[in-house]
Design a protein around this ligand. Structure first.
Ligand code: ZN
Ligand code: ZN
Length: 347
């Protein structure tokens, strides 16, 4: 079968290769992939700029849905033909403190699909039963493929932040995860919801507008700090979500977070930062890191998707077949796209 493989540790060492259909073990299913969405992480792997090392060769793709094609002898909760979506933690140790307390997203031995183990930019993928969730009947495969980034946002805002109805939330970085954070903040009654980006984010700004952002600010055109101070009557934002990850984003977050407020950091930024965090002390504010999601997050988010509370359609700019990956990766790198779904096994 054709698969998109990162085969080396240099820039652009990604190509379509022919790979065998995976063998499954007793606790796995063989999933026939129907839809897989492209993540910013896939672009970083292609350009070899990842924050964490990746073992090559590896089939990319970690946001995916499909139909169960085969089940291992120990699989009890799913059967052939079930429509399912998969979590991303393909391997966890099961024995560490984090695994044993249900926080397996933070297992130090965790290996994710699409970088720690073979992922879903191909026709078939091997998935442990533990990772699977049933797709609600009214939800399509391409919408279900986007459950993963929605779960990242839900975990960050609902499980890892203190979100207060009626209080301002600032979202820095209107990429897919930032836009899902906007949707969750809206569901939580945050007001106003402010989204910040740069001139390359024009397409994403227009989606943010459709999703109900109260204010969209281009940092290159306006003084964000002044504007936020004006809107919040000098109180700042109780919750600031850093979905960008670079130094400028965190500096802005520190400048505008309210006293006793929280900065929730989702965006990765491998480069060191070069400014003082002392304002966090005088403001009595905190920075909270957040990563991935757990079983409960998925069930809650799937329920919100099926009830139309989290919407997918404005997030999807393009649907493509695997052969068109390169052109699309280039467009995503230029921020021309919010989300692209690759469709597989169309017949
Ligand atoms: Zn992702
Ligand atoms: Zn563990």
């Amino acid at each position: 079968m054709k698969a998109l493989v990162k085969f080396g540790n240099e820039d652009k060492q990604v190509e379509i290769q022919d790979v065998p259909i995976p063998e499954i073990s007793q606790g796995d299913v063989l999933l026939k992939v129907k839809a897989a969405s492209i993540c910013g992480w896939d672009i970083e792997m292609w350009r070899h700029k990842m924050a964490n090392p990746v073992k090559v060769p590896v089939v990319q793709g970690h946001e995916f849905s499909g139909v169960i094609d085969k089940v291992g002898s120990r699989v009890t909760r799913f059967k052939v033909g079930d429509r399912v979506v998969s979590e991303t933690a393909a391997y966890i140790c099961g024995d560490c403190n984090q695994c044993l307390t249900g926080n397996y997203n933070l297992c130090s031995k965790r290996k994710g699909f699409g970088y720690g183990t073979n992922g879903a930019f191909t026709d078939f993928v091997k998935v442990p039963e533990r990772c699977l969730h049933k797709i609600p009947d009214n939800t399509s495969f391409d919408h279900a493929a986007l459950t993963e980034p929605a779960c990242v946002a839900y975990n960050a805002l609902i499980q890892m932040s203190r979100i207060i109805p009626g209080k301002p939330v600032l979202i820095i970085g209107p990429g897919p995860v930032g836009l899902f954070c906007l949707q969750i903040a809206r569901l939580s009654g945050s007001n106003p919801i402010i989204v910040v980006g740069t001139s390359i984010d024009e397409v994403r700004f227009s989606v943010a507008g459709k999703l109900g952002a109260d204010l969209i600010i281009n940092v290159e055109k306006e003084n964000v700090t002044e504007k936020i101070s004006e809107i919040t009557k000098e109180q700042g934002c109780d919750l600031v979500v850093d979905a960008a990850g670079n130094e400028k984003a965190l500096k802005l977050a520190v400048d505008v977070v309210a006293r006793m407020g929280q900065i929730t950091k989702i965006g990765w930024g491998p480069k060191p930062i070069n400014f003082s965090l002392d304002p966090m002390i005088s403001k009595g504010a905190r920075i909270q890191g957040t990563f991935s999601h757990v079983w409960r997050t998925w069930e809650d988010v799937l329920s919100l998707i099926s009830r139309g509370k989290i919407v997918m359609e404005p997030m999807i700019t393009k649907r493509i077949s695997l052969d068109d990956w390169l052109e699309t990766f280039e467009e995503i790198e230029e921020s021309k796209i919010v989300k692209t779904v690759i469709l597989f096994n169309r017949k």
